[in-house]
Design a protein around this ligand. Structure first.
Ligand SMILES: [Zn+2]
Length: 285
């Protein structure tokens, strides 16, 4: 087969059409992180037609696969998506409006002007891989996130709000405007607070890539390689935040570090970070 053809490779213009039609969220509950679901069985149709594809969040997708959520209910919701229903509350919608977007990571902020459809912001990037990216599209934010494990393998990928897992189960929660992502055994956590219409705050996270470890806490960022702590930095219109390592196309940022040691520093801070997270998770149970 010359062309890789599977249910996940939906052409971008079709994805955009489906997002707009479904109101940028799961048609059942409105959750803005979702999977594209072929309403006709993929094995039978083997084609990507916008009208035949809907959006379901992880939970509702699993319920449909497990037979708990009847196809008919999905079809009805698709015809009348949650986020388009009159009077429905929309606590989840990652809406964007305004001239300038701001991203705050661990007490460091960067702002950039909305340059129209496809305006991209890269809060954290290592060696040309954006670990977090945000795109402004059709007055909504599209989140891009890749989480790598200690072995440098990608374990979770969110691509323009579409979820891809290579391991499960993940624990992904969106309560109000706060998105938390945990690996089941709770080692990795990302906490993102969407503050519509124009601000996103990344309060916590552990980002690993190519021997670089970045710990984000509410008031600072710790680069455990070499022990750099960043707090209170600000930049405007450079489209990047913390930019580490070599990038073919340079990205400006509030902190651009082309050369960092690739051995991890003192483990004390990283272990303390994990203990703090565990205590917090226990306290929030
Ligand atoms: Zn849902």
């Amino acid at each position: 087969m010359g062309q890789e053809f599977n249910s996940r490779n939906i052409p971008l213009p079709i994805q955009r059409e489906v997002r707009q039609r479904c109101g940028f969220g799961c048609v059942i509950c409105g959750m803005p992180l979702y999977e594209y679901e072929h309403m006709e069985e993929w094995a039978e149709v083997k084609r990507h037609v916008a009208d035949e594809i809907t959006l379901l969040c992880d939970q509702h997708h699993r319920e449909k696969t497990g037979g708990l959520l009847p196809k008919q209910v999905v079809r009805e919701a698709n015809a009348n998506p949650f986020n388009h229903r009159k009077g429905a509350s929309k606590p989840y919608n990652l809406y964007f409006s305004g001239k300038t977007a701001e991203i705050n990571i661990g007490g460091n902020s960067f702002t950039c002007e909305d340059r129209g459809y496809g305006t991209a912001m890269v809060p954290i990037s290592v060696d040309g891989t954006p670990l977090i990216g945000l795109i402004i599209a059709d007055d909504h934010l599209l989140l891009n996130l890749v989480i790598f494990d200690e072995f440098n393998a990608p374990v979770l990928h969110i691509k323009n709000n579409q979820l891809f897992y290579s391991t499960d189960p993940w624990d992904i929660q969106l309560v109000g405007t706060k998105l938390t992502i945990r690996e089941a055994h709770r080692k990795i956590l990302v906490e993102i607070d969407f503050q519509p219409p124009d601000k996103v705050v990344i309060n916590r996270g552990r980002f690993l890539r190519n021997g670089v470890e970045i710990l984000v806490r509410p008031t600072n960022i710790l680069l455990t390689n070499g022990g750099g702590v960043f707090s209170g930095c600000h930049s405007h219109n450079c489209y990047g935040g913390l930019i580490i390592g070599h990038h073919e196309t340079p990205i400006g940022g509030f902190m651009a570090l082309p050369n960092v040691p690739r051995y991890l520093g003192d483990r004390t801070e990283a272990l303390k970070f994990e203990r703090e997270l565990m205590a917090e998770i226990e306290a929030n149970k």
